[in-house]
Design a protein around this ligand. Sequence first.
Ligand code: ISE
Length: 336
Amino acid sequence: APLGVAVIGTGLMGADHVRRIDEVISGARVAAVADPDGDRAAEVAARIEDCAVHTDPHAALAAPGVGAVLIASPGPAHEETLLAALERDLPVLCEKPLTPDAASALRVLAAEQKLGHRRVQVGFMRRYDAEYRRLARLLADRELGRPLMLHCRHRNLSVHPYFTNDMVINDSVSHEFDAARWLLGQEIAAVRVYRPTPASVTETGLSDPQFVVFETTGGVVVDVEIFVNGGFGYQVQAEAVCEHGTARIGEAHGLLTNTAGRWGGEIAPDFLTRFADAYDREVQEWADAARRGEVTGPGAWDGYAAVAACAAGIEAQRTGRRVPVEMAERPAFYGR
Ligand code: ISE
């Protein structure tokens, strides 16, 4: 029988995952959805056969046929659902951030260790992107020698008016924290945040863009331009500067046109488009591994490591200082 997935949260990301599981993924089906907005949940579930609709995530986890959970609710709601899923020993794919702060992330690690086997994967989809994978291989094989610096750009067309400075770090830059850990095989050691005179300040006090600089435990310096209301499209780029050359991803043009004295390509409008293939691969591999009782993607420890870096990032953003990342000892349970 296919793996019955409960999708928690049916906003932009959750709704896209429901469509993906229904139309793209083999060996899995959507068995239940939950969203505080019951109408929205019902609408998303309408085309799916035998799909339970709830407003309470606990009810969705208990629905008939549920054998796994995909969490796509806002970050602050993750912990409760993660703990409930672990209590039921269900495999979980949890969108980032794992949780909004280190204390709650450590509670999730503790619950998983108490269970005695790994069940949690975190939605760092860039690890499934073809370009990122090519860069990861180049760096791992030392094709250009040792990496020295990483320049990253992360630009969104726009974000919701409730987007905050904390979310710039937790929801957006968390991807670069994870990508850097994964690409370099090193932890994040310290973070600084620069805030240029903003292009815009929203009602929440969000200043945009921001410039995040961090150092890794191996002495690599990483800079990230994060511009969430950039206004022109969705762009995620990374350039590694190595001993014997540089390597850059995220520049690809799908279609190149020449017309009226100009040439140009297309820019994806959002992450659902830019990372569509990565999400498909991520969810397929997660579901396949879940059916075998395994976790093969980034796990709870990776989620925690990003949360710890984000906590330093949020303090750096507030104080303007260089803030060292505080991290717990890595339990043997999570391997090297
Ligand atoms: C969003 O939550 C994501 O996860 C996207 O990947 C990221 O690019 C965006 O900045 C976030 O708001």
